[in-house]
Design a protein around this ligand. Structure first.
Ligand code: AVJ
Length: 319
């Protein structure tokens, strides 16, 4: 089916093609799976912003505190008139901490798959930083990105939030290598990474009492219903999140509560009771493992910053 779609690019096809292709491919596997990037439609991006404020979700506030403490040292490395490039910018909140500390930053290039969300964030930034050239790029940063050619100053990549945890370790190394090529010679990459820790703390962050993470996960079913003519009965699935210690990752799944058949993107899929769709991996690293991985991808780690509890780390990578 996916191949037939690809082979007939100008056929009447009502579904958005990359999404339909990935859904058909993912749901066709023995372990049904969906790429985590599809969480972030408008509703999902708003739910993610609410996750960041949850009491159980420590990464956002911990990283924000680290960035506040480290901003001066990062700014010193970046130098005057630099260009900041953010991978997966979302609502562009954390970048303000860097911008505020930097000496006359010249340009800010947010790259995000959620174009709407990014554009509203970009206009707010333009209003608050009149000297800053804000150049949003609606793109999937998991692929190669072509930056505007004439970005002034040192290029400073920013990849916060432990979004790198969505990649498997080999994919993460590929991403870091590719980011190095995108950013070019003498660039910097400020990378936020969630650290491995006690299981109870990790699992609580993905099973919040208010149910926002569950709504974020289940929104994928709503999205397939809205955009791909899906017939998912959302009440017949539940959110599951647990730590897999062998892979060192949080896994999120959507578990079918019954034997059921669902149509999506023009195809039928059977679900057994208890069968899951694997919707996300969120890898957790030790400082040493992350630094070894960055090294294999061609980056040096002259400086790193962590909170006193060792929950989260911000690495300052250089080429
Ligand atoms: C944006 C991938 C870092 O893995 O913690 C939050 C996404 N998923 N709660 C994470 C997420 C469920 C988040 N990342």
């Amino acid at each position: 089916m996916a191949l037939a779609l690809a082979a007939r690019p100008d056929a009447e096809e009502p579904w958005p093609q990359p999404f339909a292709r990935d859904v058909l491919e993912g749901l066709g596997r023995a372990q049904k799976t969906l790429p985590a990037k599809y969480f972030y439609d408008e509703a999902g991006s708003q739910l993610f912003d609410r996750i960041c404020d949850l009491p159980e979700y420590y990464p956002t506030r911990t990283e924000t505190g680290i960035l506040r403490d480290a901003a001066g040292r990062i700014a010193a490395r970046a130098g005057a008139g630099c260009s900041l490039v953010e991978f997966g910018s979302g609502s562009s909140t954390k970048v303000r901490i860097l911008l505020d500390a930097m000496d006359a930053p010249a340009a800010y290039v947010p790259i995000d798959i959620s174009a709407e969300h990014m554009r509203s964030a970009a206009s707010a930034l333009r209003a608050d930083y009149p000297g800053l050239d804000v150049v949003p790029m609606a793109a999937d940063f998991t692929r190669a990105v072509h930056l505007p050619a004439d970005l002034p100053g040192r290029r400073v990549g920013f990849f916060p939030g432990s979004t790198i945890g969505n990649f498997t370790p080999p994919e993460a190394a590929d991403f870091l290598r590719q980011a190095g090529e995108t950013l070019g010679e003498a660039s910097l990459l400020v990378l936020g990474v969630d650290l491995r820790k006690q299981v109870g703390r990790l699992e609580a962050a993905y099973n919040d009492a208010a149910g926002v993470t569950a709504a974020f996960n289940l929104n994928l079913l709503h999205r397939m219903n809205r955009e791909l003519g899906g017939t998912f009965d959302v009440a017949a699935f539940r959110h599951r999140a647990f730590f897999n210690p062998v892979e060192s990752r949080i896994e999120m799944h959507l578990e079918s509560l019954a034997d059921q058949r669902v149509e999506v993107a023009g195809q039928g899929f059977q679900f057994g009771a208890g069968e899951t769709i694997h919707t996300e991996n969120s890898y957790k690293y030790s400082v040493d493992d992350l630094e070894a991985l960055a090294g294999r991808a061609g980056w040096k780690v002259p400086e790193r910053f962590t909170d006193t509890d060792g929950l989260f780390a911000v690495f300052c990578l250089t080429r």
